[in-house]
Design a protein around this ligand. Structure first.
Ligand code: FMN
Length: 259
């Protein structure tokens, strides 16, 4: 296999990306906002349903509320803050105007397949925006922590039925220089034609990767070394989910994940 990596500005932007959690103050220009939003819109969309939206959070008090939900103070300091939302509300209104009955048996925009595809669409749009932001010299962090309290987030953002928050994205000029975080050997993540039949070959590169992760210097916890990857995974495998039951909050938003 040819191990050579091709370099160009797009690839180098992607290879150089790392999460940024400290931002210089100050608003970003309207042209930056317009560019990032337009780029996000150009992401692919399942069946061209365009079933995502994004809320730009500008109100400082609302930013603080979201930071409290996420338990991460830097959320409130982001000059640009978005919450990407899976959105079948708009399409339901569009279809209803065309005579479709949202309460009818034939209606599927509230089902599990559209719920997961709308999430995919939202994530792809967010990632396009993130990459564009890095290409402009900005930095970002994706915010799953906002889903600590989906109902609180729904309330804070006034999200209507058949919408569901997917992820936040904080953007700004970096005020820190974190190291690139290691990634596992490519052979542990890319397979040819079929998934490896035995876990021994699947995990062959793990000890060396554990060591590499252990050596990574995390600006968030500068007083202690980072746990080996295996230890992080083992801890996460039994982490309490604290009410993060998607089925229940999705049902409150009108989605039926059992169909
Ligand atoms: C779905 C998702 C949710 C995330 N949520 C958070 C978050 O709530 N807060 C945070 O600081 N980082 C969050 N991150 C960033 C990850 O911690 C980060 O991408 C990972 O540790 C790898 O580090 P790197 O981005 O610097 O390479 C999230 C990333 C993803 C993809």
């Amino acid at each position: 296999m040819n191990e050579q990596i091709i370099h160009n500005p797009v690839i180098d932007t992607l290879l150089d990306r790392r999460s940024i959690r400290a931002f210089k103050p100050g608003p970003l220009g309207d042209d930056v906002v317009a560019t990032l939003e337009r780029v996000a819109q150009q992401a692919p969309s399942s069946q061209y349903l365009n079933d995502w939206s994004a809320i730009r959070v500008a109100d400082p008090a609302l930013k603080e509320r979201l930071a409290a939900i996420g338990g991460q103070p830097y959320i409130a300091t982001a000059p640009l803050l978005y919450v990407f939302v899976a959105d079948e509300h708009r399409n339901t209104a569009i279809a209803a105007a065309k005579g479709v009955d949202p309460a009818g048996d034939a209606f599927t925009l509230d089902g599990s397949y559209r719920f997961s595809q709308a999430q995919n669409d939202a994530v792809l749009a967010l990632h396009a925006m993130e990459t564009a932001a890095y290409s402009l010299g900005l930095g970002c962090v994706v915010l799953g922590s906002l889903l600590n309290d989906v109902d609180g987030l729904v309330d804070a953002l006034g999200l209507p039925a058949l919408t569901y928050p997917v992820l936040g994205l904080a953007i700004g000029e970096p005020d820190q220089e974190p190291a690139l975080k290691p990634r596992m050997p490519r052979t542990m993540q890319f397979f040819e034609d079929a998934y490896p039949a035995d876990d021994a070959s699947l995990l062959a590169g793990l000890p060396a990767f554990d060591e590499e992760v252990h050596r990574y210097y995390d600006l968030r916890n500068t007083d202690r070394p980072v746990d080996a990857f295996s230890d992080q995974i083992a801890a996460n495998a039994v982490a309490p989910m604290n009410g993060r039951v998607v089925r229940d909050s999705a049902a409150r938003q009108g989605f039926h994940l059992d169909r």
